[in-house]
Design a protein around this ligand. Structure first.
Ligand code: FAD
Length: 452
C-alpha cells in the first residue's frame, strides 16, 4: 500500500496512483487471495480443466471495474487507451497483484495479454486494433504469443523457423510452436505468431515477421498441453501447437514484413518489469507464510518455536533485506524506462529480470524449508509459487542471454578502466619518489635489533 512505497521513489508517485495502490492492495488481500483456491476448485478435473471458465474470475472482474481497477499496465503517455499510470506506478501495483494467482487477470493486467495488447496498441493498424485490441482491453477475449519452437534453440530468435509464405492476398503458415502460454483457455481467440518469411530478407534480423492468427483458423491443432513441474496451469496452460497450411489475410501482418525483431524488442521491456514486480509480491507472500509457521506455538522443535532458533530469524532478516534491495533495482529500471524509454533502460531491465526471480526463489525456498514437509505439498501456496517463478529464469529469454549481454556491456568499460588503473599506479610511483619511501611488502624484511 502507499505507505510502504520506498522513500527513494515516493516523490515520483502521484497522489492518484497512491490512492489506486491502496485500492489494489485491499482488493488483492481481501478479495483475490481468498478466491485463489476457489479458482482452482472451479477449474475442475481432467479434460474439464480446459473447457470451462471459472465464474469467480468474472465476478472479480466486475468488482475490479467497479473499483476503477482495469488495464493499469498500459503506460501513460504512450497510448491513448492508457489509464494514465507510469511504469513505476503500475510496477508498485503489480507487486500486490503478484501475491495472488487470480488478481492480475481480475484487473485485466495478466501476461501474455498485457504484452500482446502493447503490441497491438503500439504497432497495430486501425483495423487490427478494432478487431483484437478492443475486446482484449475489455477483457472479453484472451491471447497468446507464439514464438518458441520445439525443434530449435529459441532463445536466439534468429533460429525461429515457422514458415510464412505469401500467396495472393493471403499468408500461409506451416510449422510448430510450443510453450504457447494461454492457448489452453477457451477464451483465447488470437495468436500473435512469429515466423520467417519465405524468400524474405537475408539479414537475419530482418527475416522474422509477426502476424495475427485467429485461434480457430483452419489447420491449427493443439497437440498437447505442457506441464510446469507437474502443474498444468489450467485454464491458461502452455500449448504445443501445429500449423498446417493455415491461411490468414495479408492485412494480418503487424507493422510490415521483416519487422518481427523490432516488435519483440518493444514488447518485452515493460513485461519484464511487471514479472519482476509480481515476483517481489510473491516473495512478500512467502515471507508472510514463513512468519506464520515460525510463530506456530503447536509446532516446536527441541522445545522451542522456530522463531526462537537464531538460524530461522536470520532467514527472516535475510529475506526482508533481499526483497527490499531487489525492489529498488526493479523500480530503478521502471523509472529509467519512464524517463528515457525501454531501449535506454535495457541494462537496468536486464538487471531486474535476472536478479528478482533468483531472489524470489531463495526466499520461497526458505519458507518451504520452515514448513518442513508441508512446504512442498498442496497445503501451502509455496510449492506452486516456486514452480511459477522458476520458469521466469527461462521465459522471455533465459538468464544466460541477459547475463551475456550485461557482461559484454560491462566489459566495454575495460579499456578506460585499465588506463585509469595504470595511471593511478604511475602516480603512486611518483609519490613514492617524492616522499622518499618504498612500497611495504607484508611478511618480508623483518629486522629486530639487527637480528633477522
Ligand atoms: C512457463 C513458460 C512459459 C512460456 N511462455 C512462452 C510464450 O508464451 N510464448 C513463447 O513464445 N515462449 C514461451 N516460453 C518459452 C521461453 O521463452 C523459452 O523456453 C526460452 O526463451 C528459452 O528457449 P528454449 O526453451 O528454446 O531454450 P534454448 O534456446 O534451447 O536454450 C537452452 C539453454 O541454453 C542456455 N543458453 C541460451 N543462450 C545462451 C547464451 N547466450 N549463453 C549461455 N547459455 C545460453 C540457457 O541456459 C538456456 O536455458 C515459455 C517458457 C516457459 C517455461
Amino acid at each position: 500500500m502507499s505507505s510502504k512505497i520506498p522513500i527513494a521513489v515516493r516523490d515520483r508517485v502521484s497522489e492518484r496512483a497512491k490512492k489506486t495502490l491502496d485500492v489494489v492492495a485491499k482488493f488483492v488481500e481481501e478479495e483475490c487471495i481468498p478466491a485463489d483456491p476457489v479458482l482452482e476448485a472451479q477449474v475442475g478435473k481432467g479434460d474439464a480443466r480446459w473447457e470451462g471458465h471459472p465464474s469467480i474470475v468474472d465476478d472479480l472482474k466486475k468488482k475490479a471495474q467497479s473499483l476503477g481497477l482495469w488495464n493499469m499496465f498500459l503506460p501513460k503517455g504512450h497510448y491513448k487507451e492508457s489509464p494514465g499510470f507510469t511504469n513505476l506506478e503500475y510496477g508498485l501495483m503489480a507487486e500486490w497483484l503478484g501475491k495472488s494467482r487470480v488478481a492480475s487477470e481480475a484487473v485485466n493486467c495478466s501476461a501474455p495479454d498485457t504484452g500482446n495488447m502493447e503490441v497491438l496498441a503500439k504497432y497495430g493498424n486501425d483495423a487490427q486494433k478494432e478487431k483484437w485490441l478492443k475486446p482484449l482491453m475489455a477483457g472479453e477475449i484472451r491471447s497468446a504469443f507464439l514464438m518458441t519452437e520445439p525443434q530449435v534453440a529459441s532463445s536466439d530468435a534468429r533460429n525461429i523457423e515457422m514458415s510464412i509464405r505469401k500467396e495472393g492476398d493471403e499468408y500461409v503458415l506451416n510449422g510448430q510452436k510450443w510453450w504457447s502460454s494461454g492457448a489452453g483457455d477457451p477464451r483465447c481467440a488470437i495468436y500473435i505468431v512469429m515466423g520467417k518469411l519465405d524468400g524474405g530478407n537475408t539479414d537475419p534480423y530482418r527475416q522474422q515477421s509477426v502476424i495475427l492468427v485467429p485461434a480457430n483458423a483452419k489447420g491449427i491443432t493443439i497437440n498437447r498441453m505442457l506441464s510446469v513441474y507437474g502443474y498444468d496451469d489450467a485454464p491458461h496452460g502452455h500449448g504445443h501447437i501445429t500449423f498446417k497450411n493455415v491461411r490468414v489475410p495479408a492485412g494480418n501482418m503487424v507493422l510490415g514484413e521483416g519487422r518481427g525483431f523490432e516488435i519483440i524488442q518493444g514488447r518485452l521491456g515493460p513485461g519484464r518489469i511487471h514479472h519482476a514486480m509480481r515476483s517481489i509480491g510473491a516473495s512478500e507472500r512467502a515471507l508472510e507464510w514463513m512468519l506464520m509457521r515460525i510463530n506456530d506455538p503447536r509446532k516446536k522443535t527441541f522445545g522451542k518455536q522456530l522463531k526462537e532458533h537464531g538460524v530461522i530469524l536470520e532467514w527472516v532478516a535475510r529475506s526482508r533485506l533481499e526483497i527490499d534491495a531487489a525492489r529498488l533495482v526493479v523500480l530503478n529500471a521502471a523509472i529509467k524506462m519512464d524517463e528515457q524509454g525501454p531501449k535506454a533502460a535495457l541494462t537496468e531491465i536486464a538487471e531486474a529480470k535476472v536478479l528478482v526471480p533468483q531472489m524470489a526463489l531463495t526466499v520461497i525456498d526458505r519458507a518451504v524449508q520452515a514448513f518442513g514437509g508441508a512446504g512442498v505439498s498442496q497445503d501451502t501456496p509455496l510449492a506452486n509459487m516456486w514452480a511459477q517463478i522458476r520458469t521466469l529464469r527461462l521465459a522471455d529469454g533465459p538468464d544466460e542471454v541477459h547475463l551475456n549481454q550485461m557482461g559484454r556491456n560491462e566489459n566495454k568499460k575495460s579499456k578506460a578502466v585499465v588506463e585509469k588503473i595504470l595511471a593511478q599506479k604511475e602516480k603512486t610511483e611518483q609519490l613514492m619518489k617524492k616522499y622518499g619511501v618504498e612500497k611495504n611488502e607484508p611478511g618480508t624484511n623483518i629486522s629486530r635489533n639487527g637480528k633477522n
